[in-house]
Design a protein around this ligand. Structure first.
Ligand code: IMP
Ligand code: MG
Length: 183
């Protein structure tokens, strides 16, 4: 992993930090859902949350089921529309299920807010969110993750699912790009 590392200015969370934080989130989820009637649905938001999802489920020692959704929040219109662009919908029937949205990052919060609105229409029993990264200073709408891996300063991050121009998702750590990479 020395090749792509040349583009990285600094590493904020190394692989060990990420695994440690993910295990902690897994333990919290187990504690909160151990008495659930039905296994909770871990709903991975593509594509960014894929590595976190992969790590997270390895540490959850109760029954869960998984599904995937791919949404983009619509930034063009007014904030109040609450619209999302649905690129790939869930495949399971979510009615009356406990859903845990698995996110890569909560930044402005728009995507998460829209996703929660969308899932409520599916008559889910409960909704929670586990996010690998939280960037509280970037928040523009009032929403937060119930389970947070790591809290980050307001910088643009890449790695462990997070991309710049679809690249760098495969880094095993989270870091900040060198400025010359953008120009
Ligand atoms: P939101 O602003 O909370 O709606 O986040 C929208 C999406 O922007 C996230 O799911 C990420 O895909 C992307 N995003 C936000 N911050 C970063 C970042 O620092 N690096 C890479 N992608 C980001
Ligand atoms: Mg994303």
């Amino acid at each position: 992993m020395e090749n792509l590392k040349r583009d990285i200015e600094k590493i904020l969370f190394n692989h060990e930090d990420i695994v440690h934080a993910t295990k902690r989130v897994a333990e919290q989820i187990m504690e909160d859902y151990k008495n659930s009637e039905q296994p909770p649905v871990l709903l991975c938001t593509l594509k960014g949350a894929l590595p976190f999802m992969g790590e997270l489920i390895k540490h959850i020692d109760i029954h869960i089921v998984i599904d995937f959704i791919d949404v983009a929040s619509y930034h063009g219109g007014t904030e109040s529309t609450g619209s999302i662009i649905l690129r790939k919908d869930v495949t399971m029937d979510l009615e009356d299920r406990d859903v845990i949205i698995v996110e890569d990052i909560v930044d402005t919060g728009r995507t998460l807010k829209h996703l929660i609105t969308y899932l409520k229409e599916r008559k889910v029993k409960s909704i929670a969110c586990a996010s690998l990264v939280d960037k509280p200073e970037a928040r523009l709408v009032d929403v937060q993750a119930d389970y947070v891996g790591v809290e980050s300063p307001n910088e643009f991050l890449v790695g462990f699912g997070l991309d710049y121009d679809e690249k760098y998702r495969n880094l095993p750590y989270i870091g900040v790009l060198k400025p010359e990479v953008y120009s």
